[in-house]
Design a protein around this ligand. Structure first.
Ligand code: ADP
Length: 418
């Protein structure tokens, strides 16, 4: 395809153009992520670099040569497969060297029947990956001609870069496949985990419902027994009925916690804000828990600032009750509990402070997780659900809660709401 203009162009300029083209090819191939792109770049560049009338991209398919792609002035053999032994690309691969054919009619390696219908009269075929060829790149001319040494070298360089690109594509595809597989595995295991968690929550919820009715019956029957025995009730009987009632109440509280978590996880906890007097509300909540405090424990309460707030009183009650019962549970007999509240410019803060066992440093960051209990709670009843519920409640109210605790000195929880 050399025109008179090409011939007139100084050799140095042609070299530098081809070099630029080769560098450009390397850059394009380095970005190729699939075989289609590699083949498109190679077939176009093979023609550009050699000024050929056509180029083919051949891949080895066991003992056959697969003419996968082509770019030419007329149709060649795209999509066809030929035995390695009878085609020129097979020769280049088997001999691991370029095949140069100046005239197809004078070269015994050429299956003339396959070439006759095409425009091809001369060609150069180079193997891809010289050591162990995986394919070949062919360039074809419509006239008989002697290809230059430079053209052959350029074509072989292109084939070498192509070999590296094909390796890259393989690695990249393998990597993509692995990422896809891992992602799928992750999605599946997440899905399984979600299903298991939903199943667990449903089970706990159904079991909790089913337990509550018989527990209620035990509680009321115990009270009735006490009533029927009446005057005759002696110390032993009342000690045991007291134990039954205490245990049943504890179990009912645990079940209530399970059901609360279930309701929250299903997103069924609605927030309904009303206007009420905060100090009155806190005093009532303290009143509700006072009967359950340990011997000699008492709650001191102080309020400052405004009194009326706009909040969901049921949720706030749940939060406070949890904090107060923990303060009592994790403190010794006779220890006081300090509650303070403040309302300023719509900002509400409530704190509950105790002088109990405190929370060990290594447990502090986990105590809001469900079922988590600190190491120093052995022998103290609990499920590790209370603070988890508190945290979820606080989230529902768009508030914040934090605490500070010193082991064997005490703990203070502070709640901020707007
Ligand atoms: P529970 O009291 O049922 O174990 P919670 O969720 O209410 O569960 O609390 C989680 C853990 O946080 C407790 O087991 C305990 O280790 C710690 N904790 C909570 N409140 C206090 C407190 N006032 N003093 C010391 N430890 C506390």
């Amino acid at each position: 395809m050399n025109t008179s203009i090409d011939i007139a162009t100084p050799a140095i300029s042609t070299d530098s153009n081809q070099l630029k083209n080769l560098v450009d090819t390397v850059q394009q191939l380095s970005l190729a992520r699939n075989m289609e792109t590699v083949m498109r770049i190679v077939r176009t560049k093979a023609r550009q670099l050699t000024g050929a009338d056509g180029a083919t991209f051949v891949l080895r398919d066991n003992d056959r040569c697969h003419y996968v792609d082509e770019d030419a002035i007329g149709p060649l053999w795209k999509g066809q497969r030929f035995p390695m032994k009878i085609c020129i690309s097979g020769w280049a691969m088997l001999n691991r060297q370029p095949a140069v054919v100046e005239n197809i009619y004078e070269d015994s390696r050429i299956p003339i029947n396959a070439y006759e219908p095409t425009f091809v009269r001369s060609l150069v075929m180079v193997p891809i990956r010289s050591m162990d060829p995986i394919g070949a790149i062919g360039t074809y001319w419509a006239q008989t001609r002697v290809p230059t040494k430079e053209e052959i070298t350029l074509l072989q360089s292109l084939a070498d870069i192509t070999a590296v690109s094909i390796e890259n594509v393989k690695v990249y595809t393998e990597l993509e496949k692995r990422v896809e597989e891992r992602t799928l595995e992750l999605i599946n295991s997440l899905e399984r985990e979600r299903e298991m968690s939903a199943l667990k929550t449903r089970f706990v919820s159904i079991a909790s419902h089913e337990f509550r009715t018989p527990l209620g019956t035990i509680l009321s029957s115990t009270s009735l027994l006490e009533k029927y025995i009446g005057e005759a009730v002696n110390e032993n009987i009342s000690k045991h009925t007291g134990r039954i009632k205490g245990s049943v109440k504890h179990l009912m509280n645990v079940l209530t916690d399970f059901l609360t978590v279930d309701t929250m996880e299903q997103g069924k906890t609605a927030v309904e804000k009303t206007s009420f007097d905060l100090p009155d509300f806190i005093k009532e909540t303290i009143g509700a828990i006072e009967g359950n405090l340990k011997q000699g424990q008492h709650i001191q309460y102080k309020h400052t600032g405004d009194v009326t707030i706009q909040q969901d009183s049921k949720i706030l009650y749940g939060i406070l009750l949890n904090l107060l019962s923990n303060a009592s549970k994790y403190s010794a007999e006779e220890k006081p509990i300090d509650v303070t509240s403040e309302v300023r410019e719509g900002h509400i803060s409530i704190s509950v402070k105790d002088y109990g066992i405190g929370i060990p440093l290594q447990d502090q960051e986990k105590i809001f997780s469900d079922f988590y209990r600190a190491k120093n709670t052995i022998g103290i009843q609990g499920t590790g659900l209370g603070l988890h519920i508190v945290e979820r409640y606080v989230e529902l109210l768009n508030g914040t809660i934090h605490f500070s605790s010193v082991p064997d000195e005490g703990t203070i929880f502070t709640l901020h709401l707007k």
